[in-house]
Design a protein around this ligand. Structure first.
Ligand code: ADP
Length: 804
């Protein structure tokens, strides 16, 4: 059977039979399967099948229009959910380095090849942008598909015609758009499938849909590398947020066949929440699991920072190959210093020239031997290279950054200005300019002519940031002593001073950019992404002196870090630094991925917060339990916003306790959670005993009439409450009747929000009567209740403070 007949369902109706040479499909699917069945990070140790270790990752829609967290399944990536632009065919999956983007694509590829998912797509063509960087010829789309993915031994024209005729049955994936040397532009149009062009131009045309319109494309990238030019061609954007807490647990158990070892690793993670926070990043979770022996034997010195984790894997790989087993202290480093420097040189030259794939000649130029390769930090690239010569890449791009950092710290060859320039570059990238200055400081970069480009590309900026973070970590108090045996003490001390100065200067620059407050308003700082990066560098240095020094110059009332990709790892760093702020601030962390582990990590800094905004952060009752247990003892703490998290009635017990204990508490916002009448009753117990609360928001819960009655009963005699919202809570006339009690009696309430409930004309009557006794109340909002338009007009005339 040489021709396979597909009966295809386009989702609406059966539209007929299509044919495709079967042999090609078989070849393509076995090639996709072979490329995707093993994980490359295990290449240096053992082959581990993706089926065995793949763990669900957290996927979310970017800036979901409803503002509601919507967890997605793997197949939703290509499904219709969350589509913002129906005319576009490109889905972007964005996530930080190591968040699992390549592995996610790999999983989709494998499932497709196994016919276990994506069955609507007859053909799948996987591309890696790293691989496309190596293609210097001009190609047409047909050549791109066949030469880079799978060559049809016969009937090429028929197969390509099939693709042209049935675009909706085809899926392309492009991994690592941020690694492409050329930044996205949509000016160069190549519409004809037979027209040749540089591959990046073809890629941009495919993404825009000027070529092969209707073919679904999934592209992965780090968030910072995608500009508005590309965004307008996106069907949707999916954010990859690494492992959930249960994902970490699941991964560790999958990684260790011995369940006793898995249990011990998990136990040690629970005991070290800073490390647990790091493990939300799959690549770090992999390292921690891989290095379980080192982890379990280090006791007190258990890793705290990202640098600690990478040093652990460095030691792990080297000791695997060590001649003198059991070398203690930094002895292992001395033994392997030559290898570190050679790999480091390759890594740093690659980073300064946006190169992640190296030829045998590149390795030779840096003095890397076969033995060095065997250490396992380099793996053979899966990308088919022109000429089929062997190509190498680091196990992961972050590993390349780590080696580049080791080189900057340990090599005597680097220029004095290397460290300052590495840190200064971050400012350059934030202002969108490009620079070649770091490259000029690294030795032999100019001899590498082959892969040097004139400008800093999208790929360089995040890699330089990661490298700088590692440089900070390697020069921390706890590690710098180890290097003194390998290089000059004076040189290390000079680099430490340089990093310290750069971090302090960088912080001050951010503080200088804070606009003067409008008279009467609070002084507020909206952090730029570079601010979080600086905070992370300070944390890596583990010197509270630097954190203190930086914070002594920060004078704001409100620190805004919304949409900053803040997860548990970032929370650890933030708390480490922000705990030194001198006067209380409002800390706004809305729309991040703080989660319960992140909440726990923030605890060391909550005493400097007068308000904490954690809207849309995937926090559960457990996070609230931990948070309230701490803030109840914090004198400054007055406001909390928890809109759109995963709170249930169980949280209200803790919140109620907080209300009873804190008579200076001002504002509680719990909108869009899962609080029912039971929770409202428990909350009422706290409200009854609190005499300070001014703002209470419960919008979008399910408290119903019974809940409204409980809240109303508790607040009837409140002398502090100014604003109350029970919008969208299924409140009917019984609730309205109870609430009219507050309206009648309260001397403080100004606004009552009852929009989107089920109150009828009879219920409104209670409110009208109550308002007759209250002259200071400003408004009762009643839009979208059960009143006819005539009734609305009628009651508006009777009581103008009723707002519809
Ligand atoms: P990215 O492409 O975002 O930089 P990768 O997909 O390369 O991240 O992930 C780095 C490493 O983390 C992988 O090689 C693998 O060891 C581990 N990893 C990532 N995602 C998963 C997953 N879903 N299940 C199991 N391991 C994963």
């Amino acid at each position: 059977c040489e021709t396979l007949i597909f009966k295809v369902n386009d989702g609406l109706n059966w539209f007929g039979l299509v044919t495709l040479p079967y042999i090609y499909l078989k070849k393509l699917s076995s090639s996709v399967s072979a490329q995707s069945c093993f994980l490359s990070t295990y290449g240096g140790t053992s082959h581990v099948s993706l089926d065995d270790v793949f763990t669900e990752v957290q996927l979310e829609l970017h800036h979901s229009s409803s503002g509601v967290h919507q967890p997605l399944d793997l197949e939703d990536v290509v499904g219709s959910v969350g589509t913002v632009n129906k005319d576009a065919d490109t889905v972007l999956v964005s996530g930080e380095a190591g968040s699992g983007k390549s592995t996610l694509l790999q999983r989709l590829h494998l499932l497709w090849a196994q016919r276990a998912a994506l069955r609507d797509f007859v053909l799948l063509f996987p591309f890696s942008c790293r691989g496309l960087n190596l293609e210097h010829r001009e190609l047409c789309v047909q050549e791109l598909l066949f030469q880079h993915c799978c060559w049809p031994d016969r009937e090429q024209e028929e197969i390509f015609q099939f693709i042209l005729d049935h675009p909706h049955l085809i899926l392309f994936t492009f991994d690592g758009l941020d690694e492409l040397k050329e930044g996205f532009v949509d000016e160069l149009r190549v519409c004809c499938p037979t027209q040749r062009a540089p591959v990046h131009v073809l890629l941009f045309n495919l993404i825009q849909g000027t070529q092969l319109k209707g073919v679904m494309k999934v592209v992965t990238s780090r968030p910072g590398a995608v500009g508005p030019g590309l965004k307008k061609h996106l069907r949707k954007e999916v954010l990859l947020k690494g492992f959930s807490p249960s994902g970490i647990d699941c991964f560790v158990r999958k990684h260790h066949s011995d369940s006793a070892v898995a249990a011990k690793v998990l136990e040690s993670l629970q005991a070290n929440t800073a490390l647990l926070g790091l493990c939300h990043s799959p690549v770090l979770c992999w390292i921690v699991s891989q290095c379980h022996k080192e982890l379990l034997s280090c006791g007190e010195g258990s890793p705290q920072t990202v640098t600690d984790v990478y040093l652990m894997i460095l030691q792990h790989f080297f000791q695997h190959h060590s001649t003198s087993k059991g070398t203690t202290g930094a002895g292992w480093l001395q033994e392997h210093l030559r290898t570190v420097l050679h790999l480091g040189q390759l890594a740093s030259e690659g980073i300064t020239s946006s190169c992640c794939v190296f030829s045998g000649a590149d390795l030779e130029t840096c003095g890397i031997t076969e033995k060095d390769v065997c250490m396992g930090f380099l793996v053979q690239s899966k990308d088919v290279s022109p000429g089929n010569s062997k190509r190498y890449e680091f196990l992961h791009v972050t590993m390349q950054c780590f080696f580049a950092a080791l080189y900057i710290v340990l090599s005597g060859d680097t220029d004095c200005s290397t460290v300052p320039k590495l840190f200064e570059l971050q400012d350059v990238t934030e202002t969108g300019l490009s620079s070649t200055c770091l490259r000029a400081c690294l030795p032999s970069a100019d001899q590498q002519g082959g892969h040097l480009e004139e400008h800093t590309t999208a790929a360089e900026a995040p890699n330089l940031q990661i490298t700088a973070t590692f440089v900070s970590g390697l020069l921390s108090q706890r590690h710098k002593r180890s290097w003194q045996r390998c290089c000059s003490k004076a040189a290390v001390e000079r680099k430490v001073r340089q990093v310290t100065r750069c971090l302090s200067k960088g912080m001050q620059k951010h503080f200088r950019s804070i606009p003067r407050p409008v008279p009467g308003e609070k002084k507020s700082m909206h952090a730029m992404p570079g601010f979080v990066w600086l905070i992370k560098c300070i944390y890596e240095m583990q010197e509270s002196r630097i954190a203190k020094d930086a914070m002594s110059k920060l004078e704001v009332d409100h620190l805004k870090l919304t949409y900053c990709n803040i997860g548990p790892m970032e929370c650890t760093a933030l708390a480490y630094v922000l705990q030194h702020i001198k006067s209380p601030v409002g800390l706004q962390l809305d729309n991040n991925s703080v989660g319960d582990v992140g909440v726990e990590q923030l605890l060391p800094c909550v005493h400097v917060c007068n308000s904490l905004y954690l809207r849309n952060n995937n926090i559960t009752d457990e996070g609230i339990r931990r948070l309230t247990a701490k803030v109840v003892h914090c004198d400054n703490f007055q406001k909390i916003a928890l809109f759109n998290n995963r709170l249930t009635d169980a949280s209200t017990l803790h919140i109620s306790h907080l209300l009873k204990a804190k008579q200076s508490f001002l504002s509680l916002r719990l909108g869009n959670n899962n609080i029912t009448a039971e929770g409202a009753k428990r909350l009422a117990e706290g409200l009854r005993r609190n005499h300070s609360l001014k703002f209470l928001g419960l919008w979008g819960n399910k408290i119903g009439d019974a809940g409204a009655e409980a809240i109303a009963g508790a607040l009837e005699n409140s002398k502090s409450l100014v604003w109350l919202s029970l919008v969208g809570n299924g409140v009917g006339n019984a609730g309205a009747r109870a609430l009219s009690g507050i309206v009648r009696n309260s001397l403080s309430l100004e606004e009552l929000w009852l929009t989107q409930n089920c109150i009828t004309r009879a219920g409104v009557e209670y409110l009208i009567q109550a308002l007759k006794h209250n002259t200071h109340m400003k408004s009762v909002w009643l839009k979208n209740n059960d009143l006819s338009s005539e009734e609305v007009e009628e009651v508006k005339l009777i009581e103008p403070r009723l707002i519809f």
